[in-house]
Design a protein around this ligand. Structure first.
Ligand code: C2E
Ligand code: CA
Ligand code: CA
Length: 555
């Protein structure tokens, strides 16, 4: 199919010498072109505005505005005329002008006196090229037309006709306002073209469900995954805005299969919901709808959205676990451990939800609440004349310069004594910025608060580092304590930790003591304090108070 026929084309000739103008016009008309004539650049402008020509032939030397000036004027315009082929006529031997013309964006030049065969050949060639260019952009434009991409209804129809299970992927593109700006508000169109091109090259079927959301279908899950891999975390050169920066685009892709027997509309709903979730958690990933990562993400999302309400609804509570003197068994303090019983999510272990809450930046909500509970408990224990030292866990993200004042504020509000408080921090808290950490430890010490290094031995455990900090206590991680009664490397490690702690004037607490054999070995080897199920599980406040009261009666 030819896209070229001279009759379709209008050529505008601009030439101040009437004879040359007439000759060129006649020649073009003889070859079937529609011809407009203008004796000057000034005269040509209103003609151009009246109807865009398909090609312009223009003399270079003219009184008033010359050809070069006209060309520059047209090329600077934002409308269709800026792309119309422009052919110069120039005097024989005027090489400089020809070069200027080419630089200004002319497509060709012809030397006067005009060789008409050459003129017609040049005009035809430029028109043909322009026609091809236009056809190409028209095809791309057609591809972009939303109406031509099948949508939700077609997807459901399509799936209904498939006798075998299909692999489906939801592709959800970034809709960040920043990205929309970079794409000049045309990001959906841009992505649509990208997806369609991908679909074409990889043999996918695609359906457009919403702006920025597509479903791709393929018979085979592995091929679908492979086909979409390049999409994930790709960086697209941002050609639509004038800047040269790279726009980072996140694609959240959720894969699923129709072979499970689930009705497609329900399956697609679930996929869409998961893609939204994935996007909220940062996107740029491809996950299986039924895979473990997505269920973790789902839980994380739920934890996050439930947390603030949970505190208000009284779904959080605290348990207390005693730490006792290794030699005498006398209570020294108690660790406050948070619990969350969610009507929606069930019982959640702090080991599971604290990291999620911390990543979401919501840990201060929990910690403030735990500190309040700790202050209340302490006041009650003091009133009963019972040992009232309590320890709270502080996340690494909260171990900052504000912490000491935060504690003071809460303890003052509840009339509690902060010198009866211990904080337990992990190694990451003190290792990331040792100097800053030491300043915080000092500020806590100034309030009489002691600091324990939690889970010692599991992190980086830079022993040399301990030298430069004034931490009071090291808590030996349960993973070592579990095997401490058997001859093996754990004994050596625990002995090493106790030895170093002694040398540095620090106390040691053994976590997770469950057996008499463990207790005996730890007491024999000069561990100061024990904590674990063998002594007591973490229990509610009333039980903790009763446990303490039993001890004080016995003493
Ligand atoms: P952790 O600070 O190492 O707390 C000790 C954990 O070991 C507690 O688990 C406790 O119940 C458990 N445990 C104590 N003795 C034994 C034992 O003899 N055997 C065994 N198998 N386990 C024992 P829990 O309460 O599930 O807490 C898990 C972690 O969650 C804590 O580890 C702590 O890192 C974090 N966490 C708990 N409450 C809070 C809190 O209020 N704030 C912060 N930031 N983190 C908390
Ligand atoms: Ca702890
Ligand atoms: Ca611990």
């Amino acid at each position: 199919m030819s896209v070229y026929s001279p009759r379709q084309f209008k050529v505008l000739c601009i030439e101040d010498e009437p004879e040359i103008l007439r000759d060129i016009a006649d020649e073009l008309a003889d070859h079937g072109f529609m011809v407009d004539q203008a004796p000057s650049a000034e005269a040509a402008l209103p003609q151009i505005d009246a109807g865009t020509p398909d090609l312009i032939i223009c003399d270079m030397q003219m009184p008033g505005m010359n050809g070069l000036q006209l060309l520059q004027k047209l090329r600077a315009r934002g409308d269709a005329i800026a792309n119309v082929p422009f052919v110069f006529l120039t005097a024989f031997g005027d090489r400089e002008t020809a070069i200027h013309g080419r630089k200004a964006g002319a497509d060709d030049y012809l030397v006067k006196p005009v060789d008409f065969d050459l003129l017609i050949a040049a005009v035809e060639s430029h028109l043909r090229n322009a026609a091809h260019r236009e056809a190409a952009t028209r095809t791309a434009a057609t591809l972009e037309t939303e109406a031509l991409v099948p949508g939700y209804d077609q997807l459901i129809d399509y799936l209904a006709t498939q006798s075998v299970g299909m692999a489906l992927a939801v592709i959800k593109m970034d809709t960040q306002p920043e990205l929309a700006r970079r794409f000049d508000g045309k990001s959906d169109k841009h992505f649509n073209r990208l997806i369609l091109r991908l679909a074409h090259s990889k043999g996918l079927r695609v359906f457009r469900l919403q702006p920025h959301v597509w479903i791709a279908a393929m018979a085979d899950a592995a091929s679908l995954q492979a086909a979409l891999a390049p999409l994930v975390q790709m960086e697209l050169r941002d050609r639509l805005s004038s800047g040269t920066g790279l726009a980072k685009i996140t694609h959240s892709v959720v894969l699923a299969r129709t072979s499970t027997g689930e009705a497609p509309p329900a399956l697609i709903d679930r996929m869409m919901e998961s893609a939204r979730l994935l996007q909220r958690e940062g996107g740029a990933r491809m996950l299986e709808l039924e895979g473990p990562e997505l269920s973790e993400l789902r839980l994380a999302g739920a934890i996050r959205s439930e947390l603030v309400g949970a505190i208000d609804q009284g779904e959080l509570h605290v348990h207390f676990q005693p730490k006792v003197d290794a030699e005498t068994g006398l209570p020294r303090s108690g660790e406050v451990l948070v619990r969350w019983q969610s009507p929606l999510l069930g019982h959640l272990s702090p080991a599971m939800f604290i990291p999620v809450v911390e990543r979401a930046g919501l840990l201060p909500h929990v910690t403030d609440w735990v500190l309040q509970q700790t202050a209340l408990a302490q006041v009650a224990l003091v009133a009963d004349g019972l040992p009232a030292r309590l320890a709270v866990n502080i996340g690494a993200s909260e171990f900052n310069a504000d912490l000491p004042d935060r504690i003071t504020r809460i303890f003052q509000e509840y009339g509690a004594d902060e010198s009866l408080l211990e904080v337990e921090v992990t190694e990451t808290s003190v290792l990331t910025d040792p100097a800053a950490a030491e300043a915080i430890v000092q500020a806590l010490h100034a309030r009489g608060i002691t600091v324990a290094l939690d889970d010692f031995g599991t992190g980086y455990s830079s022993l040399s580092h301990l030298q430069n900090c004034t931490i009071d206590t090291i808590k030996i991680d349960r993973s070592f304590v579990t095997r401490v009664a058997e001859a093996g490397p754990e004994q050596t490690i625990v002995l090493g930790i106790i030895g170093i702690a002694r040398m540095l004037g620090m106390e040691t607490v053994a976590e997770g003591v469950e057996l008499e054999s463990q207790r005996a070995w730890l007491a024999l080897n000069a561990c100061d304090t024990l904590q674990g199920y063998m002594i007591s599980r973490p229990v509610r406040f009333e039980d903790y108070r009763a446990w303490l009261a039993d001890w004080s009666k016995a003493a």
